[in-house]
Design a protein around this ligand. Structure first.
Ligand SMILES: *[C@@H]1O[C@H](CO)[C@@H](O)[C@H](O)[C@H]1NC(C)=O
Ligand SMILES: *[C@@H]1O[C@H](CO)[C@@H](O)[C@H](O)[C@H]1NC(C)=O
Ligand SMILES: *[C@@H]1O[C@H](CO)[C@@H](O)[C@H](O)[C@H]1NC(C)=O
Ligand SMILES: *[C@@H]1O[C@H](CO)[C@@H](O)[C@H](O)[C@H]1NC(C)=O
Length: 437
């Protein structure tokens, strides 16, 4: 009897002390990880939980592009590999651990186990059902949610819905052309269903598809969502346009300003599946004027090292959220706190095709943000890629007196904004044999 009780006490003592030790150890451990994050001098990310790994990678690769006919049926097969993406210390350092909804969401995503991202065919192509978050459950996390503009509440409800179905696809967009090889530059133009005229002028001018300088393949896609129920139904016209020109990509989500980040995410995914070998991507608006020959020359002039990390455009630095509720770019205090990363203005920027996969992966960890170019900047910064300034990008336009001047435009890569008529005239004048600058 006596020995049994003693044994019991002993067992309890041992259990209690090991429990205490475990607690103590994990507290110490937390302290260490925490300190590492706070210390600015540590260069590489040493914290293990910031190395995000994905599981299966099965996108169209080198092999499948050698036999383009094979890849059409069924998901492309490829060897499994582990892709690791490491989040830069400077990105983490800039995002305060505040109570703002977005900040908390990001830290919780980073704290989790790596998100399995299945990059096998079906999952890249097919959409998946997603139930929007209810206002009630959002309100538990954002006390003043009711004071947000209605569209903002819509954005928050759909913030975790990342896989809308593609309704109109262009599976052959990047099919190799004879012996010319892979697409060199892909123009990805954010458009909206009713902008027929803008798309047409882009096809007729700077977005014309073809082989430039005898070897550089240029392709164009327009990125679209759906019209809202309050707008005229343009589905038939869009279907016709897509058949006629083969350059529309349409997804099943409402085309709106706050859904542009979603548009970006699905574009990464689409390109990863359909154009994984593309060298460079131009992403921009449908009301800009781009100087394709100058863009191509610039891209060709890049050293391989710079080319593979390219993220260039008109750079916006030291920006932070606007707290004026009337602004198009309003961001509530209880939604996001912290500065914006240095980013390239969304009117038009260039980046390297080799960054698609890491971008797509990282965009699972960075919660959607209502301003798409800020979001893009966050993704690049998280990958440790800095935005590169290029004087040729003039998203805030140039001097009034130069706006019709073809010679001035010869040296630019992009201007915002030009209407279809101005674009057409500029393009014609710039390519006129009579032009002497
Ligand atoms: C294709 O594969 C070859 C050899 O397997 C490799 O050297 C090359 O870099 C790959 N090309 C691309 C664009 O990944
Ligand atoms: C990825 O998807 C494929 C096909 O849908 C499936 O066979 C495979 O098990 C999935 N892999 C993971 C890690 O979920
Ligand atoms: C994806 O779509 C294809 C064709 O529409 C279908 O056969 C397949 O079952 C779908 N896969 C998933 C995972 O939904
Ligand atoms: C984004 O698209 C989804 C899906 O169509 C829609 O439910 C949501 O209201 C849209 N969000 C905004 C802010 O327009």
């Amino acid at each position: 009897m006596m020995t049994m009780r003693r044994t019991k006490t002993l067992i309890i003592m041992v259990l209690t002390s090991s429990f205490c030790l475990v607690i103590l150890y994990s507290m110490l451990n937390l302290q260490v990880t925490h300190n590492r994050r706070e210390v600015a001098e540590i260069p590489a990310v040493t914290t293990k939980n910031l190395v995000l790994a994905t599981s299966t990678i099965g996108i169209k690769d080198n092999k499948s592009t050698e036999h383009p006919t094979e890849s059409k049926s069924g998901p492309p097969s490829s060897t499994a590999a582990v892709q690791q993406v490491t989040v830069s210390e400077s990105f983490i350092k800039d995002i305060p651990k505040s109570s703002a909804f977005w900040n908390r969401k990001m830290y919780s995503l980073f704290g989790q186990q790596p998100i399995p991202i299945n990059l096998t065919g079906n999952e890249l192509v097919n959409g998946s059902q997603c139930h929007p978050e209810s206002i009630e459950s959002l309100q538990m996390n954002i006390q003043d949610l009711r004071s947000y503009p209605e569209l903002y509440q819509d954005f928050l409800q759909g913030m975790d819905c990342h896989s809308p179905q593609i309704l109109i696809d262009q599976p052959n967009k990047c099919a190799p052309v004879g012996s010319k090889g892979q697409v060199f530059l892909l123009f990805a133009v954010k458009s909206t269903p009713r902008h027929f005229e803008r798309r047409q002028v882009i096809r007729d001018t700077w977005g014309r598809e073809g082989v430039y300088q005898g070897e550089l393949i240029v392709r164009t896609v327009f990125l679209l969502g759906r019209t809202s129920v309050d707008d005229p139904n343009l589905d038939k016209l869009i279907t016709f346009e897509a058949k006629e020109y083969g350059d529309l990509l349409v997804w099943d989500f409402q085309d709106s300003f706050y859904n542009l980040t979603l548009k970006e995410h699905v574009f990464f995914k689409w390109t990863l599946y359909q154009c994984p070998q593309v060298s460079f991507i131009f992403k921009g608006d449908d009301d800009v004027f781009a100087n394709t020959p100058a863009i191509l020359s610039h891209l060709q002039s890049l050293e391989p090292d710079r080319a593979s990390k390219l993220y260039a455009g008109q750079i916006i630095s030291d920006a932070s959220p606007l707290r004026d509720i009337k602004s198009k770019y309003y961001v509530p205090q209880s939604f996001y706190e912290g500065p914006y990363p240095t980013y390239a203005a969304g009117g038009g920027f260039l980046f390297s095709g080799s960054l698609l996969k890491p971008l797509y992966i990282i965009s699972h960890y960075i919660p959607f943000f209502p301003i798409d170019d800020v979001y893009t900047g966050m993704c690049f910064k998280a990958l440790g890629i800095s935005a590169e300034k290029h004087e040729g990008f003039q998203t805030f336009d140039i001097r009034e007196q130069d706006r019709e001047n073809a010679c001035v435009h010869k040296h630019l890569l992009l201007v915002h904004q030009r209407n279809p008529r101005q674009s057409k005239r500029l393009w014609r004048n710039m390519h006129s044999p009579l032009l002497t600058c």
